[in-house]
Design a protein around this ligand. Structure first.
Ligand code: UD1
Ligand code: CA
Length: 446
């Protein structure tokens, strides 16, 4: 049966106290909505419709980048109304729909798959979980035979309802045609005057379709409504990413101090020291060693390479085999080829450093003239003296040397020395005379 997904993301998210739409807040470097979309895709959901606020242009643009369609919910009249507003777009869709909220970043494909399976067996399925603190979640009230009878929203709940610990996660699977018939029958006769998605199971039951509850892990089901919950979700996602990396054979000395991005790739037998931060798009290959307090994004590090401590690899940094990148070295859009070294206090941007080259302490590629970026090319085995400024565009040939402190503005031929430096003068005894003069001056003043 074909599968379509509806993701509710039109709420104002007022509890976040943020100008940014709630579902665009990031967990492990990706908007919450992105996590939900990707979990749905992994559960073979082919069409995904995101329900958005009329001002949610950023949400729609983001959804489009992930191949999802979107609709506008003109007024925020509740989650049931939101889901129904995807109806016109899915009017020709004959399969199963799954509904989820855009604020559940920890949801996994497995939970969606189990929901589809349960739906196929029973007619309708909703996901429930038992959080440590049921707080303001909707409560799932079961029938004597264990099916879902109805859901009570917290604001409508009696004390007896509130004592129920099984909570609604906000995932529902049903046949599309059934689902849109039921949402058309929703009313807003409740504490919030909203059309609740959570009233659908009771309507289904009246229609002779029973809803089965699929139980999911509480850590996966949390909904993010506030900054505090966003931080909690981040913590849970980090734990998940760390365990996955360890499970794949990555070496993490102090996993709890390493910050991952959703797409961080750590190959088996790489070694990550404490306090390393990964932004998006990082691959660390087997045998690479990332030392403490390094920050990497959009970078790849090959086997045998050592990066850090205190290194910064920015987008486009490619570190090849056996390269050493030391403390306070920043790379941007730069390839460091096999066995080259830049061990201290250096900025290399828009550059290529050939194999075996040595970049002295304090070297800087002056890659930006205030308007354009320019390339620096350093040949194989070149030796860049400490404190060299390479004014790009510029090339240093294979095996060439630049003298310490030089400002290199013209290409250096292979195996040549380039040095730009004022000549050194020696004034014998000058320092001694200077000191006696200053001492006398000081004595006459006190
Ligand atoms: C909802 C559920 C509750 C469940 C909890 C799980 C309802 C009525 N309540 O409560 O049973 O325990 O999630 O986290 O469904 N949205 C729209 N349009 C609207 C209203 C909401 O698109 O008119 C979207 C929001 O952007 C959000 C999602 O629906 O992504 C859920 O809405 P939210 O206000 O967070 O619902 P909760 O109060 O958390
Ligand atoms: Ca919520």
């Amino acid at each position: 049966m074909a599968r379509a997904g509806i993701i509710l993301a039109a709420g104002l998210g007022t509890r976040m106290k943020s100008a940014k739409p709630k579902v665009m807040h990031e967990v492990a470097g990706r908007a919450m909505l992105g996590h939900v979309i990707s979990a749905m895709r992994a559960a073979d959901v082919t069409r995904i419709v995101v329900v958005t606020h009329k001002d949610g242009e950023a949400v729609r643009a983001f959804a489009a980048t992930l191949g999802a369609e979107s609709v506008i919910q003109e007024k925020q009249l509740g989650t049931g109304h939101a889901a129904a507003s995807a109806g016109p777009l899915l009017s020709d869709f004959a399969g199963t729909v799954i509904v989820a909220y855009g604020d559940m970043p920890l949801v996994t494909a497995d939970t969606f798959l189990r929901s589809f399976e349960a739906q196929a067996g029973h007619g309708m399925a909703m996901v429930g979980f038992t959080p440590d603190d049921p707080g303001a979640y909707g409560r799932m009230i079961l029938d004597h035979d264990g099916h879902l009878d109805h859901i009570v929203e917290f604001k409508d709940a009696s004390d007896e309802d509130k004592a129920v610990r099984l909570c609604n996660a906000g995932i529902l699977a049903a046949k599309a045609s059934d689902f849109f018939r039921w949402t058309a029958g929703l009313t807003n006769d409740n504490a919030q005057n909203e059309y609740y998605l959570t009233d659908v199971p009771a309507l289904a039951k009246a229609d002779g379709v029973r809803c089965v509850v699929v139980e999911a892990d509480k850590a996966e089901m949390m909904g993010v409504n506030s900054r505090g919950e966003l931080a909690r979700a981040e913590g849970l996602m980090q734990q998940r990413l760390r365990s996955a990396a360890l499970g794949m054979g990555a070496g993490l000395v102090a996993p709890e101090t390493v910050h991952f991005c959703f797409d961080t790739v750590l190959e088996p037998d790489c070694l990550i020291e404490p306090y390393v931060v990964f932004g998006p798009g990082v691959t660390v290959r087997s045998g690479a060693h990332i030392r403490a307090f390094s920050h990497l994004e959009g970078a790849s590090v090959a086997g045998g390479a050592i990066v850090g401590p205190y290194a910064r690899l920015r987008p486009g940094a490619i570190v090849e085999e056996d390269v050493h990148i030391g403390n306070f070295v920043e790379l941007k859009n730069t390839r460091i080829e096999k066995g080259a070294k830049a061990n201290h206090l250096t900025y290399l941007g828009d550059a290529r450093v050939g194999p075996g080259a040595n970049i002295g302490c304090g070297t800087i590629t002056c890659n930006y003239d205030g308007f354009f970026k320019h390339k620096t090319d350093i040949g194989a085995g070149a030796f860049i003296g400490s404190d060299t400024a390479l004014v790009a565009p510029v090339k240093v040939g294979d095996g060439a040397i630049t003298g310490a402190g030089s400002v290199i503005t013209r290409d250096v031929p292979a195996n040549a020395l380039a040095v730009t430096r004022a000549e050194q003068r020696i004034l014998e005894g000058w320092a001694e005379k200077f000191r006696s003069r200053k001492k006398a001056e000081k004595a006459s003043k006190t």
